[in-house]
Design a protein around this ligand. Structure first.
Ligand SMILES: [Zn+2]
Length: 501
């Protein structure tokens, strides 16, 4: 498409002065949103589980031309929603070429552009902004300054250009004026220092900015959107009241309401398709991975205020697949079928995403994560085998049977051993796999049954992944002893600590 390249051409194009001169970003968002609603377009494609809750509230906020805030825990797609707002912007937006604050050609607010138009008139060069260029995002931290956000005097610029230090032309613009005519998103708003919040409030109140030391005000045009953890936001003194008062809508996000929604999100976000491999991810593996997040969110050893991010199942799934992929390579196979053992191998993708409470810290992230996985297996197992009779399998172990199932155990060897466990392979059709599945899938399904029985303490399993009879007979590993010893020492130290004064 040939876009007009001068102010004169622009005037005669569809980007008329009548249309653009007074049109603010929030008007533009509103207009484009209305058009989408009329066409029956999906507003936020790919946003799962928010259709009846979050999306209608965002729609209302945009229609109301509000600045708004999303309140939610970690990993509830807050940044994703804010970024998705760019889809409601015009495809391309003309501005005065070379302007640092992307001035409206019909109503420039900076001195440089006003002088340029005086000098060049209709020949003033025009450039265009894409949607993405009109989105500016800032993670709030306590060290963000007014200079970062709004701007400052730039002595070097003054020296280079020969302008006086007090001249507007020597300003260094901060992020906010640079977001002029776009969306400005601030994540974790309560982390901004009070003084900066007051600065923001002024912008929202007056609709313009004042740069330190300059006598000028600039009516910047931005849609301000924020995100915050709900507890931080509502805690007294974290947000200056007048700022809160100026935020038009407060919208609460949430975690997926059920496993199915979680699975959809993870399937959409996780990197699953690996070149050169055939992927077969059994449904129960997807469910266990997803249940980890659900179980963790209920676990009292895990911090409720920071939550358990949806990124946990996403990263875990990627790690699970990689472990299965590694096994496939070693077996010189191109079929990748994850097993429950691969989920335990995904601990590195899990532990870092759990913020532990004191009690959890005492136990250690690894132990807590393993127990959470085990809980997730138990729940998933119940969905498939609720009241199903697996006594025969349990008995085989009680009669002294043992089987080792490493995540790297060879499929062909395992299938042979499993055939000897009476009643085991007969049950794998319960987990929803098709008739006559490949051996990899049979092994994975049978292992899931054994892991399920172990999760319910009906059979035991050692650190070396040897399944045996009941857990009480399973020996404690060296590692368990060490963990207990450390916990005891901590407890001792805590008791010995004298209170101050
Ligand atoms: Zn300008």
């Amino acid at each position: 498409m040939n876009l007009p390249s001068t102010l004169g051409e622009l005037r005669k194009s569809t980007f008329t002065e009548k249309k653009l001169r007074a049109r603010r970003v929030k008007d533009e968002l509103r207009e484009n949103l209305l058009a989408r609603l009329r066409d029956g377009h999906e507003i936020f494609p790919g946003l799962v589980g928010y259709d009846d809750t979050v999306v209608p509230q965002i729609v209302n906020a945009v229609l109301s031309r509000h600045n708004f805030i999303l309140l939610g825990l970690r990993g509830q797609a807050k940044s994703r929603i804010l970024r998705a707002l760019t889809a409601l912007l015009d495809e391309s937006t003309p501005y005065i070429a070379g302007c640092e604050i992307r001035d409206n050609p019909y109503d420039p607010i900076c001195q440089r552009c006003r002088e340029l138009i005086r000098e060049k008139g209709e020949a003033t060069p025009i450039a265009y902004l894409s949607r993405d260029q009109r989105y500016v995002e800032k993670l709030a931290t306590p060290d963000v300054t007014i200079a970062d956000l709004i701007g400052d005097i730039d002595p070097i610029k003054a020296a280079k250009t020969g302008h006086e230090l007090g001249s507007e032309l020597t300003m260094h613009y901060g992020l906010l004026p640079r977001a002029n005519r776009g969306i400005f998103a601030i994540n974790e708003l309560p982390d901004l220092a009070g003084k900066i919040q007051v600065g923001l409030f002024n912008i929202m109140q007056e609709g313009d900015i004042q740069i330190k030391g300059y006598p000028i005000r600039m009516p910047v045009d931005v849609a301000l959107v924020f995100s915050a953890n709900p507890e931080d936001y509502t805690a007294r003194g974290k947000i200056v009241t007048p700022l809160k008062d100026r935020i038009g809508s407060e919208i609460r996000t949430h975690y997926p309401a059920n496993i199915e929604e979680g699975i959809l999100i993870t399937a959409q976000e996780a990197w699953v398709d690996r070149d050169g491999f055939k992927m077969h991810i059994p449904a129960y593996i997807q469910e266990v991975v997803e249940q980890i997040a659900f179980v963790a969110r209920e676990d009292k050893r895990i911090d409720k205020r920071s939550g358990v991010s949806q990124r946990l199942p996403i990263s875990a799934m990627e790690n699970v697949i990689s472990n299965a992929e590694r096994r496939a390579v070693l077996e010189r196979s191109d079929l990748v079928v994850p097993r429950v053992a691969d989920i335990y191998s995904a601990l590195p993708a899990i532990t870092g995403k759990l913020e532990l409470e004191y009690e959890g810290e005492m136990k250690g992230a690894d132990t807590v994560a393993r127990e959470v996985i085990r809980g997730a297996i138990a729940r998933t197992f119940d969905r498939y085998f609720g009241s199903n009779d697996l006594k025969q399998v349990v008995q085989w172990f009680e009669l002294g049977g043992e089987i080792q199932m490493n995540d790297s155990s060879k499929t062909s060897e395992l299938i042979q051993q499993m055939t000897s466990i009476q009643g085991l392979l007969e049950k794998i059709d319960k987990v929803g796999i098709a008739d006559d599945p490949p051996d990899e899938l049979k092994v994975s399904a049978a292992e899931f049954i054994l892991e399920g029985l172990h999760a319910h303490k009906r059979i035991g399993r050692s650190e070396e992944r040897v399944f045996t009879a009941g857990e009480k007979q399973a020996k404690k590993s060296e590692r368990d002893y060490q963990a207990e010893e450390i916990a005891d020492q901590w407890e001792q130290r805590r008791r010995n600590r004298r209170p101050f004064n």
